[in-house]
Design a protein around this ligand. Sequence first.
Ligand SMILES: Cc1ncc(C[n+]2csc(CCOP(=O)(O)OP(=O)(O)O)c2C)c(N)n1
Length: 314
Amino acid sequence: MILSRTLESKLSSLYKAGKIVGGVYLGTGQEAFSASLGCSLKQDRDIFAPLIRDQAGRTAFGEPLIEATQTYLGSALGPMKGRDGNIHRGRPAERRLAMISHLGASVSVVAGMLVARRIKGELDGVVGATSVGDGATSTGAFHEGMNLAAVERLPMVVLVADNQFAYSTPRSRQFACKSLVDRAKGYGVAGTEVDATDLLACLETVLAAVEAARRGEGPQIVVGKLLRLCGHGEHDDGSYVPDKVRSSDLGRDCLERGIEQVVSLGLAGAQEIEQWREEAASEVQAAVAQAQTEPRPDPYRDNWRAYSWEGMEP
Ligand SMILES: Cc1ncc(C[n+]2csc(CCOP(=O)(O)OP(=O)(O)O)c2C)c(N)n1
């Protein structure tokens, strides 16, 4: 969570300095929920399709920092070879899918990958997971993917980060149900809700959902109640979020709360945490410096394949 917050604050500065082309979307305030998923999945077999606010989950699932800075800074040596920007990066051969902008589409993609593994006899012990926002739960792709996953009882975990807004549209203008967990009942899948500003609660709830899916209990929807503590992207100041919501429990900072929890459990002291922050700053600095010195794509010599396909030649 510290690494993710540090990286994203650097990316925001680089964007504001005009060094990053395209949008920069941050997960400030959503790190506990996202990291809990990344930590709960098994890096050697599970599938993770992140959303725009999942830097913490990506890091927890093993994405090296350099892959983020290479993509944001357009390095030809990055996973997208400097052509596909920013959040749309991944290594499908390592089951880290590239983020898809079309809301809800990742649910169908993960469901499809799980069906494919079942057909090939390779589904044993595998979990497929993705994150969506509250807004995405009203798309056709989300519905079709969830319904398929439910009918096929796929080992799928869908995290819904209910951060109160889809861009500037509040929940009251998005759907009429009281809680998004109610959607789980409609699909006939398990649904749980968690205070996503609480790291310990997130770890417990998300791990339980991943384990249930792995045991064969079918798709699991976990709804995290929180607020994004930033604009939709760095081009947006989020001024439409009412002060009342900002100062409510939803607006608590999961990172600061998480640090308090770690300290009060005696897992680390204030000095050690300060050291983690310093280490994170140097790691981020090194990843930015390296990506800045790497070559840019050369349109005259490129083979025009979007992904690095190492390890999955067709
Ligand atoms: C199918 C589709 N419709 C509209 C958009 C445009 N769009 C991009 S982000 C966004 C809001 C997303 O809100 P939510 O799903 O709640 O996620 P959050 O940004 O709050 O994390 C919209 C409408 C899109 N990307 N895909």
